[in-house]
Design a protein around this ligand. Structure first.
Ligand code: E4P
Length: 215
């Protein structure tokens, strides 16, 4: 399973990449807005330099032509930029056209298997089912991951399943168990994956014994 960071915060990206475990980054307009970056393009370029893998940058136009304009423009920032298009009729048309031009697309805001089928057929490089937001409205987000993985396998579609809207470590573990290709997670969740009280306790005991031996 590949790990993407779901953030536009450069410090978080720097900290996480120091472990050598980060394969890419996803951003969205809300995450970008949080950073208050004066120069959007420079900010994206900085992320692209920190992480050599796919960096998703979302379009904000609602019509095909606007999305194409933005997508082509953002794709020029760095070769690892992936364009995020929403799962709308216009978004999928833009996905097909950008893909045909050689620009990779991450189709975002996916909430059903039917939508995921459309995205794969439009040639998306990634499909982003939002687990947490489904859980928030009492739907089973993980069930959606399971269904998409199963459907894509039938046809050997190349679109990678990118589990998104991850809220806690069990979302990552379950998505991995179900065969999602990628999990994109906030820095907090990435950091939580390391923790286990028995590891801390075990280390304490080992070191205490070691100190006794040295005395
Ligand atoms: C995915 O690419 C999105 O940026 C993200 O996972 C949305 O997560 P949220 O529901 O926590 O905002």
């Amino acid at each position: 399973m590949k790990f993407f960071l779901d953030t536009a915060n450069l410090e978080e990206i720097r900290r996480a990449t120091s472990y050598g475990l980060v394969d890419g980054v996803t951003t969205n307009p809300s995450l970008i807005a949080k950073e208050n970056a004066r120069d959007f393009r420079a900010h994206i370029a900085a992320i692209c330099e920190l992480v050599p893998g796919p960096i998703s940058v979302e379009v904000t136009s609602l019509d095909v032509e606007g999305m194409l304009r933005e997508g082509r423009d953002y794709a020029r920032i760095a070769p690892n930029v992936v364009i995020k298009c929403p799962l709308t009729r216009d978004g999928l048309q833009a996905t097909r056209r950008l893909t045909d031009e050689g620009i990779r697309v991450n189709v975002t805001l996916c909430f059903s298997p039917a939508q995921a089928i459309l995205a794969a057929k439009a040639g998306a490089a990634f499909i982003s089912p939002f687990i947490g937001r489904l859980d928030d409205v009492a739907h089973n987000g993980m069930q959606l991951i399971a269904e998409i993985v199963q459907i894509y396998r039938h046809y050997q579609w190349k679109t990678e399943v990118l589990a998104a809207s991850i809220r806690h470590p069990m979302h990552v573990v379950e998505a991995a168990r179900l065969g999602a290709d990628i999990a994109t997670m906030p820095f907090k969740v990435f950091d939580q994956l390391f923790n286990h009280p028995l590891t801390d306790r075990g280390l304490e005991l080992f070191l205490a014994d070691w100190r006794k031996l040295n005395q």
